[in-house]
Write a protein that binds this ligand. Structure first.
Ligand code: FES
Length: 152
């Protein structure tokens, strides 16, 4: 029998994802996709007085993408926007007990979906987002090209 490459938390969030769906009156919606694997993620945020009151997602993607989407929506609830911006693919992955190296790029999608939804929120307020984009960079892994983000 081969060893399970995913932590119990990853399996739990994949099999029982939290916050799946849409928020009808969301005021921040993020859409992102990974051009390499073709997976896509949509995140909905309801923000009131600078605090994220609710977060939901729809992900068409792999198990790691579903698990990281689920975890990031749990992590942002009741956080201020500034606190939410501190969440990265690394912190999401750590909260899940880690991911295999070849699946780290899936967590990038979750981070990007969050930032994309926050950008949309500012756009709807007629404001420029007060944060910089994080650049997605590709790096070579022995099993293929994968992505991560870095501060620009
Ligand atoms: Fe595409 Fe995981 S393989 S996000």
């Amino acid at each position: 029998m081969t060893e399970q490459p995913y932590s119990d938390k990853v399996m739990d969030h994949f099999l029982n994802p939290r916050n799946v769906g849409e928020i009808p009156d969301a005021n921040g919606i993020g859409n992102v996709g990974n051009p390499i694997c073709g997976d896509v993620m949509r995140m909905y945020l309801k923000i009131e007085k600078n605090v994220i009151k609710d977060a939901k997602f729809k992900t068409f993607g792999c198990g790691a993408a579903v698990a990281t989407s689920s975890m990031v929506t749990e992590m942002v609830k009741d956080k201020t926007i500034d606190e939410a911006l501190k969440i990265t693919n690394k912190t999401v992955t750590e909260a899940l007990g880690g991911l295999p190296a070849i699946k780290m790029h899936c967590s990038v999608l979750a981070e990007e979906a969050l930032r994309s939804a926050l950008k949309d929120y500012y756009k709807r307020q007629g404001q420029e987002p007060p944060f910089k984009d994080r650049e997605r960079i590709h790096y070579k892994h022995e099993s293929g090209d994968v992505d991560k983000t870095t501060d620009t």
